[in-house]
Design a protein around this ligand. Structure first.
Ligand code: ATP
Ligand code: MG
Length: 163
């Protein structure tokens, strides 16, 4: 587990960029955290590091947005999904199987439908007594492939790591 402190949207964007640098084809990243925690900000930094130049918005209504980067990026926001039927309609297995990177906002909603290996990124708003721009970001590797990259990640994320 790696615990980070972001002090601004720019920090969170940069953290997203570092994650993109260590991610590769087939990877799944679940973003969790309340409304306004910064999931989309992190996704934008991730996309920018993959070379995506078109504007990225939260796919709240479309559920999935596809970007033609290398590797391709699938950006999902499953906040509005209600029930297992809709999760099936999303056809996650074929999305996950096409060599792209899959980034899922509100990822905890589809936990039962994702592969056993993923990186969980938990964003939390600061307590009300703190600077409102502060976020805690906790990275948890689930499964071998991400666990093997945690050391490299924590070095690259050094400026934001808190103990
Ligand atoms: N440290 C920070 N990290 C990320 N965003 C921050 C930070 N400080 C302030 N912000 C602001 O908080 C907002 C985060 O919005 P964002 O859309 O990324 O949240 P979200 O988690 O995707 O919410 P939703 O669940 O509604 O999609 C932005 O307006 C951003 O500028
Ligand atoms: Mg969002």
């Amino acid at each position: 587990m790696i615990r980070l402190r972001s002090r601004s949207a720019a920090d969170t964007r940069a953290i997203g960029g570092v994650l993109a640098d260590v991610a590769g084809p087939g990877d799944v990243i679940l973003l969790t955290g309340d409304l306004g925690a910064g999931k989309t900000v992190l996704a934008k930094g991730f996309g920018a590091a993959l070379g995506i130049t078109e504007p990225m918005t939260s796919p709240t209504f479309t559920l999935v947005r596809e970007y033609d980067s290398d590797p391709p990026l699938h950006h999902l926001d499953v906040y509005r999904l209600v029930g297992p039927g809709e999760i099936t309609d999303l056809d996650l297995p074929s999305l996950l199987d096409d060599g792209g990177i899959t980034l899922i906002e509100w990822g905890e909603v589809v936990l039962g439908a994702v592969p056993p290996d993923y990186l969980r990124v938990e964003l939390d708003l600061a307590p009300p007594t703190e600077d409102p721009d502060v976020r805690t970001v906790v990275l948890t590797a689930v499964g071998g492939p991400w666990s093997a990259r945690m050391h490299r990640l924590s070095e690259a994320l050094g400026p934001w790591v808190v103990s």
